[in-house]
Each structure stands twice: as structure tokens, then as C-alpha cells.
Design a protein around this ligand. Sequence first.
Ligand code: KG4
Ligand code: ZN
Length: 355
Amino acid sequence: MSQTRSTVGVTPVGDLVLAIETSCDETAAAVVDRARVVRSSVVSSQVDQHARFGGVVPEIAGRAHVERLVPVVAEALVEAGLSGHELDAVAATCGPGLIGSLLVGVSSAKALSLVWDVPFVAVNHLEAHLYAALLEEPDLELPMVVLLVSGGHTMLVLMEEHGRYRLLGSTLDDAAGEAFDKVARFLGLGYPGGPAVDALAVEGDSSAFAYPRPLVRENPATLPEDRRFAFSFSGLKTAVLNHLRADPDAATADVVASFQEAVVDTLVTKARWAVEATGVGSVCLGGGVAANSRLRERFLDMADGAGVRAFLPPPSMCTDNAAMVAAAAWWQLQREGPSPLDTGADPNLGLRLVP
Ligand code: KG4
Ligand code: ZN
């Protein structure tokens, strides 16, 4: 057990958190020390089981979590060189996500917290994605703007302090990752589509086709205030599909490169607007799409141009993992203490926002 301890009021809060993540199709467990040092992070992907269906099948996901969770937790403990009794808390993602999958992780974490007699912490998956950038980054300062881009969500959040999030804007329809997956599926590139598009786009010409940049203008002030930081990827996806129907011989690499550039342009432009509007000194990326190589490159250039510090989690911490859940759990323990053992899983859980 680590020696340093922190306190919430009079309640001692320990440092070593074991977290479990089972919200979708990755079975993951990790041990993180003081929300910063990753002692272990194990991710068992179910992609092979879902790929032939072209997307995640909830029933298969739930069953696979049941099969894989115990070995994954055991591996995380061995990798960290710890036994369960040396831990200070056990956390699990409690939503949003697939209900059957979430229940596997939440029930297991509660049972382990009882066995080891340590606090249980129920973590919001979106909040966990926000915390991925704080792992291994002791210098990160708040407030910061976070661009959270995953398969289910796309949002710009002002993280004012720990646990205090202001939503600047979110997608009105499809999430960025969803657009990647749908375009890839139409092109027969398999599931998940994001990594396949990323890899193929390197061989294409990103200026070959001028796809739309939704809700982007030269001057942000010309957009209605409630649309300024909003996203809409459904129309862009449809524009690509219509183009492919009209021009089936278009080179696939050029199509995906041009599509990716349109998504990245839109995301980076709005992130820059958010940095300018809020006056923050730091900006970071989170969520599975944050693993995209072109987005990472353009995001760093944007931050450089805006004179702010950019924090990009390594690609393995962008896609679903339990280390980010452990980090969010540790900060939550500092602020709020343990979660009640009757906390349930909530498939539609949203980020708790300040008005
Ligand atoms: O955060 P995540 O692992 O799961 C959710 O919480 O949704 O994000 C998964 C999404 C998928 O849509 C996947 O296609 C996308 O992230 N993704 C990528 C890349 N890697 C994963 N999108 C673009 N480029 C990538 N390299
Ligand atoms: Zn996620």
C-alpha cells in the first residue's frame, strides 16, 4: 500500500484504486496510484466477437464481460504487484453504456469492495474520458477545455475544477466516432471503423473531395449562440454516402481522407473557438476518436497557434480503458467520498453539469 494519504474532511482517502470498465465491448481493469501513476492497465477487447455483426451486440458483450472480468482483474493485480487487500478503493463505470455490460462491472466492484472492506466508487464513463488526459500529467492545470469525442458522444466541455463541468456544446445528431463507423461500414472497411479510416486515409488525398464542414463559419459570431460549439455529423456522413452512390469509382483512400479531414477540421475549429472564448491556458482531448492520428496532429498545431498547452492521452488511454476510470474515481473520492452500495447502473447517465 502506498504511504501517502489524503483526506476528505476527517475521512482518510487512500491512494490505490482498482477500477473496472465494462460499459461497452472492452473488459478492462486497472490499478492507478493517486489518479496519476498507472500501476497496471489491462484491456481485453471483444472486437473479434462483434466484427462479423458490423457493430456491438449487447447480449454477446454482456456474456463476454462475465467470462473475462475475473481473469482481467487478476491480471491487473498481478501486473501492479498487489493483492486485493492492499487496495484503498474499488471503482466501476456505472453509466452511460449497455445495461447488461454495466451491471457486470458494477456488481463485481461492489462485491470486491465488500470482500476487501474498502470503499466502492461509481464512476461516470464520460467523466472518466475527461480524466484520461490527467493520467501521468502532474502539470496539468485547470480550468481547461476538453474535446470529448467517442463512439457515443461528441462534446466540448469547460472543466472549471475537479467535478465542475460546463457544457459548451455537443452533437445535435451523430457522434464523431459514429460517423467514422458508419462511413467505414458503407465502404466495407469493417468494425470499428475509426482505426480503419485512420490507417487508409494516410494513403489518400484529403483535398480530393470537398465534403461539408457542418456548423463551421469563417466568423463564429455569425452562428446562433446555441450552435457555436455544437456539432452535427449526420449530414456529413450522408454527403459522403450520396457521393459514393453517385461516383462508385471514387478512390476509397481519397474518400476516407477527405471525410476524415472534414471531421477533423470541424472538431479542431470548434476547439479553437472554445479556447478563444474561455481564455483557458490548456486544452485536451479524450474519447476513442482522440486516438485518430490526423486529429492529434491538427489539435497540437491548433494549440500551438493559440498559444495554449495541449494534453493528449496516449492512444491506449483514449479508447475505453479502466485507468481513466480509476483516475476519475480517486478525484471523486476526494470530493464526495464513497458511493452508496445501492448505486445502480444507468445506461443513460449524463455528465453532471453546472448550469
Ligand atoms: O471511447 P470509445 O472507445 O468508446 C465509447 O465510449 O464510445 O470510442 C470508440 C469510438 C469508435 O467509434 C471508434 O471507431 C473510434 O472511437 N475510434 C477512432 C479511432 N480509434 C477509435 N476514430 C478515428 N480514428 C481512430 N484512430
Ligand atoms: Zn468510451
